[in-house]
Design a protein around this ligand. Sequence first.
Ligand code: GDP
Length: 359
Amino acid sequence: MKVVLIGLGQAGGKLTQALASYDYEMGFDAIRDALAVNTAEADLQPLDIDTMLIGQDRVKGHGVGGDNELGAEIMQSAATEVLDGLDGRITSQAEGIFVVAGLGGGTGSGGAPVLAKELKRIYDVPVYVLGILPGRSEGSIYQANAGRSLKTVAREADATLLIDNDAWQSADESVEEGFETINQQIAQRVGLLLASGEVIDGVGESVVDSSEVINTLRPGGIAALGYASAKASEDSAENINTITSLARNALLTGTSLPNAVKAETALLVIAGQPERISRKGVERARSWLEDETGSLEVRGGDFPLESDRLAALVLLGGVERSNRLQAFLDRAAEAYEQATEQQAEPAATFQNDELEDLF
Ligand code: GDP
């Protein structure tokens, strides 16, 4: 799937760079262009991809702190400038646009829903958000910010692919220490998803098409991505169980949004050497996925790739009713309530246990 990435804020910029590098190193060419946008000059400096500093008149290149309302305002004022900067990058070849952002901060959190809305006004291709949820150990301001951002982003984007910072972390690292590792995991897994349907060197029996990714994301709302890989035999007949357990692990333990199992749609991509992919295994894995997700729309396909391993990617569309998401929203609402009580600002209204939209 040919996409253009726009990274907002610190996390958004770093992740966009990690995704672009992975895609380049693998020679996939799914990522056609990438731009990092930020209000903090220092966060743009280390990046190798093209960058754009916005909001100098308001924050003089120093960022918005954790103020996502200011992040949203600045993006609104800079919308024309950012869209002009994207002109010529989002060509007719692009099949989708991804806005990448950490939802718990300020610039990305506030900017992502605004930019998604502006992009949708102009472009016909789907506009997705790749959003990072703060881990459980992150402070309440992150939780509250992410809650409001997510609510607004889910309204504006065609779909929001969520990655929980706790999900793909190594056990022995704190969230901060683990950012590099997590970013690599995200780059590889999301990178493979985007590339499936692009690279058809050793033509498989049923290769994935970009439209299958787009159709899986069509229910809108929240999407999640699961991943698992394992060494595989050279003989496909010996890989039936490998494939079924890969699909199981991808959904049950390797997902970007833990406990997101029920979904409206799903896509199962098996990546690896075509000779190692067992059709029987794929069929069994697909029907298991249908039962487990409760989805009547489970798509599937192969992604031919030179490796002695096989990997399963499971993309879920329409997972908003997951327990994990509900638990996050409850936590975010509580954090937001506490924050607004402490500030006692009359403008910060919070009604009926619900998070307030950012705009
Ligand atoms: P912004 O620059 O104001 O948009 O704020 P940040 O991008 O720093 O957003 C803060 C949120 O993003 C927090 O929830 C952090 O845990 C998360 N975050 C910051 N940097 C990274 C990173 O490199 N990788 C990941 N996965 N998350 C990050």
